[in-house]
Every structure is written in C-alpha cells, then in structure tokens.
Design a binder for this molecule. Sequence first.
Ligand code: SF4
Length: 336
Amino acid sequence: MSHNMNIINEIKEAKLIGRGGAGFPTALKWEMVKKAGGRLKYVISNASEGELGLHKDLFILKKYPEMVFKGMVLAMDYLGTKEAYFNFNRKYYLLTKLKIKRFIKKYKKLGYNFHVYEEHPSYIGGEETALLNAIEGKKVQPRIKPPYPATHGLFGKPTIINNIETFYNVARVNDGVFKNNRFYSFIENGKHKGVYHFPDDWTLWEVMEKAKKIPKFKFFVQVGGSASGAVLNMSQLKTKKMTGAGSIEIYPATTTPRQILTKWFKFYAEESCGKCTPCREGTYQLYELIKKRGAIKWKEIMEIVNVMEKTSFCGLGYSIGVPVKSYLKNVLKKKI
Ligand code: SF4
C-alpha cells in the first residue's frame, strides 16, 4: 500500500472542513495532533449521529465503507500510528457490521488495528470529549476543554477525531476526485427521505429543487439537524446555504407551535446528560411547560432558553436557542 506523504497539503488545498457539524478545518486539526508530543496517537471516526433527523453517515457507511477506511488509513499514516477506533451508533453498526468486519480484517493483515466502539445512540455521545469518555469506559459526559483531544485525547494521547463524511472526503482528495460536494439528507413527515451529494455552495432552494423535494404545499424547513438546527421560511431558501450536519427537514406550514416545541423539548430533556444544572433543570422545565394545556407560556420558555444558551456546559444545552429563536423570528414572526 502506497502512503501519500503529501496528503496534508492536498487537504489544505481542497480547503476541507469537518462534516460533523462544527466545520473545523481538517488540515489544522491533523497538524495539531501531529505536532503534539508522544509516539502513541489515535485516529477516531465518529458515526454517532445522535441528533434528530441526521442520517447521511449511515448512507455513507452503507455505500462507501472502503472510502471511510481509506481516509482513516491516510490519517494513520500521516500520524505514524497503527491504532484507530470507530465510534459507532449501535444501530448503524448492526446494519453495516458484515462489511465493516471485512475491512477490519483486511487492514489487520497490513498492520492496522481498527477497534469498534458501539455507542448507545445519544446526542451527547457524539460530542468528541464525551465519546472519548465512553470509549475509555467512563460516564458519557463532555470534558472540560482545554485541553483538547488534539493534545489530550483518547487515553490522554493526541487524537484525530473526524466525522465519517470527513474521512470519506479525505479519500476523495487523495484520489483527486474531491469536488467540494457535501451530503444532504432529507426528512419529511418525520421519516428519512433520501440522501443526495451536491455542491457545498448551492442555496437550499437549489438543493431541494434538484432533489425534487419542493413540496406542493406551504412549508418551512429546519436545516443542519432537526433539534439544534435553524428554522427558515420559504422565502429564505433562495439565499441561505447548508450549515451544520447536512439535514433538511420539511414541515408543512400547518405544523403547530405546540407540535414542534414538544418534539424539540422532549428530545432535549431526554438527551441532557445531567452534568450541568442549567441544561438538566432547563430541559426538564421546558418539557414540563409545553406539556401543560392552555396557551403556550412563551415568556417563561424564553427565559429558560436564554439562561441555557448563556450558561450550559456544552453544545446540547447552548444550542437550544437556535431552533426556538429562529422559529419565532422566521416562521411565527413573533417577538417575545
Ligand atoms: S449542557 Fe446538557 S448535555 Fe451538555 S454537559 Fe450540560 S447537562 Fe450535559
């Protein structure tokens, strides 16, 4: 197997960014890990997708597992390590393990050690420091940052953690076929409805049109994750582009505020890991508030959302303002 010693420059030229949602430059992350001291380093691919609506990683794992392995091996060669972990959403592993095991066996013969960690599907399990804790057998909660995984990652060693799509893209860069595309996954009526690979810089309208997903009825969408993603109205689609982890959920305009808030707050309440008070208490209170009959208590809801945004320990808690505030502004056109 030939090593590509120039891969870091090729990734830089391709301007590759992570596809797990945060959009961090891939080359920068890899270089930080390379520069960190010590001989033992790790590569982890993250196929957690614990947020509502996301399903492009499963699509990639089913269709292009060889590309994911190839991208991981390129990272391992770059670091000079033979150790890698797959962090798998357990459901995904069940659906793909025959193929995955075949690749693990193949690479074992070449001296690469791939380990599989089967994660109980959860939002927080995909947060990179929480997944390090999970693999190490500790409580699945995020760690204080810094230090970052680039210097103090798995078992305290420098670690590259990238999403499945990022490794897929690294392999495409290596093969000279990377074209700045990304995966877009659709959700309609709460169900997964297809994954498409289109240019990164298309507007959401172009993406939906090309995928033949423009509904005949009035609608609004939530993009980048169906819990923490922003909500946009129809007229915004012609100028806005994808952010986050690539999903587009289509909601009929007849969806009521109670329906959508209940969906979000139930998810947040169930997924809060309980480590910090604003999120643990806030998510519980929000879900209790929306379950009560009568008019929606917007003022109380917004007070909790504002506190959670400012004081939560990690992205699960502080992201809650994104869907709620964008829905109020772009769909309900309401100021609270
Ligand atoms: S914000 Fe929520 S999920 Fe994050 S650490 Fe606090 S309780 Fe856990």
